[in-house]
Write a new protein. Structure first.
Length: 353
């Protein structure tokens, strides 16, 4: 099979022919039909995670995966409901199944977990073994495209979990304003979830790139504000003109760039909630007194679990999610990673096999 593999940091992926992997009895061999390309893949290559984990090389990136069931292991229960030829998406976080996080369904934050696309196998290869319990079948009757399903497993999932945290904290409602920071791969979905889960909240999208702001407007943002070359005070004035108040009650931050975090907290109202899902930057540096005195709540939110993804797939099957994707060929993976590094991709780039 073809695979684009990482042999070291700071080098292009090596496009090579490697054997199709074997499966264990509880696994399914998935023939990948499409894999989304995430900025995280660039960060993996550039060594962003180096201080947190030491992966073994060669490593196959690609953690947004959809495919077809090629082979089913002998111990996979019939009740899983998978047959050869079925279409399925991959749940990204595979836990040990025994710890408290796993027992609560949050296998993606298991301390002994594994993540496809951060080890030997990932979506940048044509086949991978997946434990059967981490596949969610997508009924082919809905005619959803592989290039639209793949990004739903991270770009289309991560902001969903982040917004659910805001919702569950009571931060959203008709008299609240929800800011979406950054309209890249995640933000284009975040705007839609802000409308779906926002309980009537006014949704304001913030980004620098006018093309990305146009996507946000098209996907339902009530207002869009360009942050390019603007101070927090400039942005506040525009926000005030648009919504009648120069503050927001909740933030879903799909960027994570340091200046974006400063701006987000700079605009946050008393008792505001901030949910972080973007990882562009590396640090949070905030004045403590306002954080305490204004009673801010900060939510870290990572990827999503099986239940989050199954909710997303239901929304997609119901035609309630729109996509901006750009399909690329396997041979174009390295140049697309370069474009992602520069922030030049609007929507999601997806490798289609
Ligand atoms: Zn666990």
């Amino acid at each position: 099979m073809r695979a684009a593999r990482m042999h070291d940091y700071n080098q292009p992926l090596v496009l090579e022919d490697v054997p199709i992997p074997d499966i264990k009895p509880d696994e399914v061999l998935l023939k990948v039909t499409a894999a989304g390309m995430c900025r995280t893949d660039v960060q993996l290559l550039d060594g962003y995670f180096r201080k947190y984990a030491q992966p073994a090389f060669p490593l196959t990136p690609g953690h947004e995966i959809v495919g077809e069931v090629e082979k089913i292991g002998g111990l996979v229960s019939k009740t899983v409901g998978l047959l050869e030829g079925d279409q399925a998406v991959v749940v990204g976080g595979w836990g040990d199944g025994t710890c408290r996080q796993c027992q609560q369904g949050n296998t993606h934050i298991c301390a002994h977990g594994q993540w496809p696309g951060f080890g030997p196998y990932g979506g940048y290869g044509e086949y991978l073994p997946v434990p059967a319990k981490y596949l969610i079948k997508v009924d082919k009757r809905y005619h959803l495209k592989a290039e639209e399903l793949a990004p739903l497993t991270d770009a289309g999932l991560t902001p969903y979990r982040g917004i659910k945290k805001l919702r569950d904290a009571g931060a959203l409602g008709p008299n609240r304003t929800l800011a979406v920071l950054g309209i890249g791969g995640l933000g284009a979905y975040a705007v839609q979830y802000a409308k779906l889960l926002g309980a009537g909240a006014t949704v304001v999208a913030f980004a620098r790139n006018p093309e990305k702001l146009a996507v946000a407007k098209d996907f339902g943002a009530d207002h869009v504000i360009s942050t390019k070359g603007k101070s927090i005070e400039d942005v506040r004035k525009e926000l005030s003109k648009a919504t009648g108040q120069g503050e927001v009650d909740a933030v879903i931050d799909c960027s994570g760039a340091e200046e974006m975090i400063q701006m987000g907290f700079g605009l946050l109202s008393v008792a505001g909630h901030y949910s972080s899902v973007g990882l562009v930057g590396d640090k949070i540096n905030l004045p403590l007194f306002p954080f305490v005195a204004r009673e801010y709540t900060y939510h870290g939110s990572f990827w999503g679990n099986y239940n989050d993804l199954s909710e997303i797939i239901s929304l997609a099957q119901g035609g309630k999610i729109r996509h901006v994707t750009k399909t690329i060929r396997f041979e174009e993976i390295n140049e697309t990673l370069d474009a992602l590094r520069k922030g030049d991709i609007v929507g999601r780039a997806v490798v289609k096999y």
